[in-house]
Design a protein around this ligand. Structure first.
Ligand code: 5CA
Length: 419
C-alpha cells in the first residue's frame, strides 16, 4: 500500500496499480514457463460458472458461505468460481473418451473469488485473488501419482526461480478433498499458519537443471517427504520423531497446494473413459494451485529490510533505477537520456527517476520500491563521466564510467538479448 502497488476497492478486493501489476505479471510468467516445461497445456476458463455442475459434484451446498452466488436475469443460479474442479471435469468428459488420449494435464491462470469470513493482510488473504490452477487426468492410480510427483518437483523449481525456499508439508485437503496433499510453505514471521518441520529440509538441494520428467520421480520426491514437515492441522506431536534441536516451529505462508483426490469428481460427474479392454473407468484426478497474487506479498515478506522491499532480480518490476540528481541541468539530463536509451537497446527494464525532488527523497523512494540496481548520476559525473552503481540488497556501491554501462548490462542475467 505504501509503495502504491495496490489499492483496496472494497473489503478484500484490490486494484493492481502499475508497479504491483508489473511484478504480478513477472511472477505469472515464471509460473507459466514452469507449467509449460512439464507439458501442462494452458487454457482459460471463465470466472462465472453455472451452479449445475456444482450440484452434480455435491459441492454447491458443501462450499457454504465462501461461495459468491449470483442470479442472472433469467433467474439462473450462477457463481463466481472459487476453484475449477467441476468446470474442468465437464470439459474433460465431453472431449476425452479413450485411455489413448491420456494423460491430460491442463492449467489456467484466472481470478478466483472466495467470500472469506475475515479477509486480512491485504492481498495475502483477500476475497478476489489471482491463482494458477492445474488439473491432471490419468487412467490408473500409479499414473496419477506420477502426475502428482511431476507437479511436486516442478513447484520446487518454480519457487526457486522466484528465489523463495518453499517447503512441501503434509496438509489438510479441506473442501477440495482427497487424502494425498502437500502445501508449499515459505517461512516468515508474519505467516498465518503454524508449521513444524525438520531443519534438514532447509539444506536440501532443489533440483533445478536436468530433471528428466519422464523418469520415475518417486525417489526424488521421497528425498523431501522422508523428513517430517506438517502444518498445524496435520501436526501430530506423538508421531513426530525429530529431535527437539532439529525441529523448526515457525510461522509460514502457503504459496501453493497440490491435491490427489482420485475419482471424487469423476464418479459423481460421470467422467469415464474406456480402457484397453473396453471397460468404463472413472478418471483419476489431481489439482495443483499456486497463489500468484499472494506471492507478490509473500516475496516482500521474505525479502525486505528497514528501508523497504528488496526484489529478487527474476521478478523485479524494473531491473535498474536511474536517479538523476540534477534534473533540469542540460548536461545531467543528457547523460541520463543516453544511459536510458542505451539500456532500452538491451531490453532491460529501467525506471528513470527524473522528478524534481530532493536527493534524500529520491534515494529513500528508490530503496523503498526495491529495484535490484541503482545508477546514480550526481554532480561529479558531469565532469568525469563517472556514475555510481549501487546494489540494493547490501547497499554496496562502486563507480563506473558511463561508457562501460552497456558492457556491464550485457554481463547481467536480466539482459536476455541484444536487438
Ligand atoms: N483447486 C485447488 C488447487 S488448484 C485449490 O483451490 N487449492 S487452494 O485452495 O489451496 O488454493 C491454491 C492457492 O491459492 C493457495 O495455496 C494460496 O496460495 C492461494 N489462495 C487461496 N486462498 C486465497 C486467498 N483468500 N487470498 C489469496 N490467495 C489465496
Amino acid at each position: 500500500l505504501r509503495v502504491g502497488m495496490i489499492k483496496q476497492s472494497s473489503a478484500g478486493i484490490y486494484s493492481w496499480l502499475p508497479l504491483g501489476f508489473k511484478v504480478m505479471k513477472k511472477i505469472e510468467q515464471i509460473v507459466r514457463e514452469e507449467q509449460n516445461r512439464i507439458g501442462v497445456q494452458e487454457i482459460l476458463m471463465p470466472t462465472i460458472q453455472s451452479s449445475e455442475i456444482w450440484k452434480e459434484s455435491g459441492r454447491y451446498e458443501d462450499y457454504g458461505e465462501e461461495m459468491l452466488r449470483i442470479k442472472d436475469r433469467q433467474n439462473r443460479e450462477m457463481l463466481y468460481g472459487p476453484t475449477n474442479e467441476e468446470l474442468i471435469t465437464d470439459i474433460f468428459r465431453t472431449s476425452i473418451k479413450s485411455y489413448k488420449s491420456l494423460p491430460q494435464l491442463l492449467y489456467h491462470i484466472q481470478w478466483k473469488f472466495r467470500d472469506e469470513l475475515r479477509p486480512r493482510f491485504g492481498i495475502m488473504r483477500c476475497r478476489e485473488f489471482f491463482m494458477k490452477d492445474a488439473y491432471s487426468f490419468d487412467l490408473l492410480d500409479e499414473d496419477a501419482k506420477f502426475s502428482y510427483n511431476k507437479f511436486f518437483l516442478s513447484y520446487l523449481r518454480t519457487f526457486k526461480r522466484l528465489q523463495l525456499s518453499a517447503i512441501p508439508m503434509a496438509a489438510d485437503t479441506g473442501p477440495i478433498g482427497g487424502d494425498l496433499s502437500h502445501e508449499f510453505i515459505i517461512l516468515a514471521d508474519t505467516g498465518e499458519s503454524e508449521v513444524f518441520c525438520d531443519s534438514r529440509l532447509l539444506d536440501l538441494e532443489i533440483p533445478s537443471e536436468g530433471i528428466d520428467y519422464n523418469e520415475n520421480l518417486q525417489s526424488m520426491v521421497d528425498n523431501w517427504t522422508c523428513y517430517y514437515a506438517a502444518t498445524d492441522e496435520k501436526h501430530e506431536p506423538h508421531k513426530c520423531t525429530v529431535p527437539d534441536e532439529m525441529l523448526i516451529k515457525a510461522r509460514g505462508i502457503e504459496v501453493g497446494h497440490i491435491f490427489y483426490f482420485g475419482t471424487k469428481y469423476s464418479q459423481k460427474m460421470n467422467a469415464f473413459v474406456q480402457d484397453s479392454e473396453g471397460n468404463k473407468v472413472a478418471i483419476e484426478m489431481g489439482s495443483y494451485g499456486i497463489g500468484v497474487s499472494r506471492l507478490v506479498g509473500a516475496i516482500i515478506e521474505s525479502s525486505h529490510d528497514e528501508k523497504g522491499i528488496i526484489w529478487p532480480e527474476s521478478i523485479a518490476p524494473w531491473s535498474i533505477g536511474l536517479i538523476n540528481l540534477n534534473v533540469g541541468d542540460p548536461e545531467s539530463d543528457e547523460i541520463c537520456e543516453k544511459i536510458y536509451s542505451g539500456c532500452s537497446k538491451y531490453s532491460v527494464d529501467m525506471l528513470y527517476d527524473d522528478r524534481n525532488e530532493r536527493a534524500g527523497t529520491k534515494f529513500a523512494d528508490m530503496d523503498l520500491i526495491g529495484l535490484p540496481w541503482q545508477i546514480i548520476v550526481g554532480p561529479r559525473g558531469l565532469k568525469t563521466g563517472v556514475v555510481e552503481l549501487k546494489r540494493r540488497v547490501d547497499g554496496e556501491s562502486k563507480e563506473m564510467l558511463v561508457g562501460d554501462i552497456p558492457e556491464w548490462i550485457k554481463g547481467r542475467s536480466f539482459c536476455d538479448k541484444e536487438y
